[in-house]
Ligand binder design. Structure first.
Ligand SMILES: Nc1ncnc2c1ncn2[C@@H]1O[C@H](COP(=O)(O)OP(=O)(O)OP(=O)(O)O)[C@@H](O)[C@H]1O
Length: 237
């Protein structure tokens, strides 16, 4: 990897669903480079292709045409088995729904990805505790999801997404279910904990209340990138 290499590089990426009369062009010839070390917001009206774009970037969907390079790997030519491993090793996900397991504590929920990759329970819980402390939940390690507020549950989901040191964090509407104040806390924590020089962070959002947390705002419309704005004064809390 060179210092100037983009974390995410898309060349002429098109994604179509269906064929003939039912064909939908969700992404129309997108060319876009996104760097390491920034929080990128992907914004635009409902149905413009945001979720499709991050799904292609995360290797969850295959592009119909075009080249997709993520973290120096070409996903276009990667087989399915390797793609699953690539995702497991390199990508953390945060969704609008926190998707926590109700019978597990915050620490147990946050360490699930490590247990899946074969870590011992003791080491995994210790690493999860570090991350939960970083997101301000050091005192709630043994709380169950139903004992936590929505914002706190989302913080557990962020700890879980980062617990295996992924180099790409993808968040789809992480603040949509939160009130304004919790939404800002969550975005501040994503900035503080996830943005690193060797890591890329992409957040899909409708939530204009959190636009000032982005270093770069990519505006989409009708399957295309309409505008890319960079900001030097993104807030950090
Ligand atoms: N699995 C699918 N099958 C058919 N069409 C799809 C599928 N997924 C998405 N689409 C279509 O692709 C277009 C882009 O959808 P996408 O979900 O990426 O938009 P979005 O910007 O994320 O919208 P929202 O903000 O409402 O989540 C829409 O027209 C949608 O109906």
């Amino acid at each position: 990897m060179t210092a100037t290499e983009a974390a995410i590089s898309l060349r002429g990426v098109t994604k179509e669903f269906g064929t003939g009369d039912t064909k939908t062009v969700a992404l129309a010839d997108i060319t876009l480079d996104l760097p390491y070390g920034e929080l990128v917001l992907l914004v635009g009206p409902s149905g413009c292709g945001k979720t499709t774009l991050i799904s292609v970037v995360a290797g969850l969907l295959d592009a119909t045409r075009g080249e997709v390079d993520v973290l120096g790997q070409n996903l276009t030519r990667m087989g399915n088995g390797r793609k699953v491993r690539f995702r497991g090793d390199n990508i953390g996900f945060v969704f609008q729904q926190y998707n926590l397991l109700p019978a597990l504590t915050a620490a147990e929920n946050a360490c699930v990805p490590l247990l899946i990759s074969g870590w011992s329970r003791t080491k995994a819980v210790a690493r999860a505790a570090e991350l939960l402390t970083a997101v301000g939940l050091g005192a709630r390690l043994n709380s169950y999801p139903n004992q936590l507020s929505g914002g706190q549950q989302q913080r557990v989901a962020i700890a879980r997404a980062l617990v295996h040191h992924p180099r790409l964090l993808v968040c789809d509407e992480p603040t949509a279910a939160l009130d304004a104040s919790s939404g800002r806390t969550v975005m501040g924590l994503i900035r503080e904990v996830a943005v690193q020089p060797d890591r890329a962070v992409v957040v899909v959002t409708h939530d204009s209340r959190v636009y000032d947390f982005g270093d770069r705002i990519v505006s989409m419309g009708d399957g295309r990138v309409e505008k890319v704005e960079t900001r030097s004064h993104a807030v950090s809390a």
